[in-house]
Design a protein around this ligand. Sequence first.
Ligand SMILES: Cc1cc2nc3c(=O)[nH]c(=O)nc-3n(C[C@H](O)[C@H](O)[C@H](O)COP(=O)(O)OP(=O)(O)OC[C@H]3O[C@@H](n4cnc5c(N)ncnc54)[C@H](O)[C@@H]3O)c2cc1C
Length: 384
Amino acid sequence: MAADFDYILVGGGLQSGLIALALRANRPQTCIALIERAARLGGNHTWCFHADDLSTEARSWVAPLVEYSWPGYDVVFPHLRRHIAREYSAVTSDRLHEVVSSRVEGQVGSALFLRLSATRVGTRDVVLEDGRTLSSKIVIDARGPRRNTATKTSGGYQKFVGLELELARPHGLNQPVVMDSTVDQSDGYRFFYTLPFTRDRILLEDTYFHESPILERDLARKEIHRYADTKGYDVKRVVREEFGVLPMPWGGSLPRDESGPLVAGYRGGWFHPATGYSFPIAARLADFIADRAPEELAVRRFRALMLEHTRQARYCHILNSFLFLWYAPTNRWNIFQRFYRLPLDTIGRFYALRMTIKDRFRLLVGRPPRGLSLRYRMRRRSNK
Ligand SMILES: Cc1cc2nc3c(=O)[nH]c(=O)nc-3n(C[C@H](O)[C@H](O)[C@H](O)COP(=O)(O)OP(=O)(O)OC[C@H]3O[C@@H](n4cnc5c(N)ncnc54)[C@H](O)[C@@H]3O)c2cc1C
């Protein structure tokens, strides 16, 4: 029996959105079913990425998603301020919903299923909560992080609350400040993240790298307003709030070559373990999928990409354990300050998960950043 679709994409988040766009660019006639349990695609996120982390092809199909772009950004530490001259772009969930839904629905034979959960996800078919079964040549499962994965892997967390603020007066910034670490460091590595959207609109995020996944949103909101005050931002109203708790593992969380549907996105371990930054990885996977016919993908799966991703991710696991197990919370910022003194290319390849052997060497070898503590390491071990 002929399949209903060429591809079924389960979960309408970042990963499926990018796969749908890559498929439209490479295989315009292909029939896609995209299934999302919420009323809209993309949830409630602002995703940022460096333009040069994407392939030339990906840049062209990602372009319609980009809502804001800046030629570079600053990072600020107690003893370092550096401008990073790398194009930085932001994609919003609203834009992802508009662009991806029009691309999927615009092709005869494709369909968007919103407000419908997939209750069974198989290799070639998916059962929806209303009882329908859809079939396809290949199923890609991108339903986002599994519930409770965060508590099962060993590691720390990156947790943050962001407020999009409308200001009564222009903020005066002309580029993002991606890390302002000149704030209280008593509770783990902490920084503020500022994206200036328009003259009087900014996204301000309070971010912690922490042992605990518990996010105190009320406290973070207060801290954001306090930070806004110190910067002289005259807040008129809060337009929107977003938050996240992303794993920073030092074990597990790697893609696995199992039978069943292809598991993509966060759910499949396709993220940067040391930053949570997954946009370029999701785009790479989307390129990989769109370059192959579904029949070929069904046989060869992601194996080639998986090996390289795993090698890079394992190295990041070492970095995570170094950060969390050898440095007391108050000292962790030293590691990031040292990192941002490295050559721009090394920094870029680290974020893109494309580190060379020399980069890996540079990141860990040499005089360690201040604060490395054997005593702290022993204490962590005895508290286990
Ligand atoms: C607030 C926030 C900001 C982030 N910012 C960045 C950033 O700037 N840059 C970056 O690279 N990374 C960022 N990340 C990390 C990462 O990129 C995101 O988590 C990304 O959204 C993961 O993509 P995904 O498609 O795997 O999962 P998701 O985007 O979470 O998508 C999964 C989708 O599947 C749906 N779903 C789940 N179960 C079912 C089901 N049974 N049936 C149907 N649908 C289902 C969910 O509703 C959801 O829409 C951010 C994360 C958060 C939380």
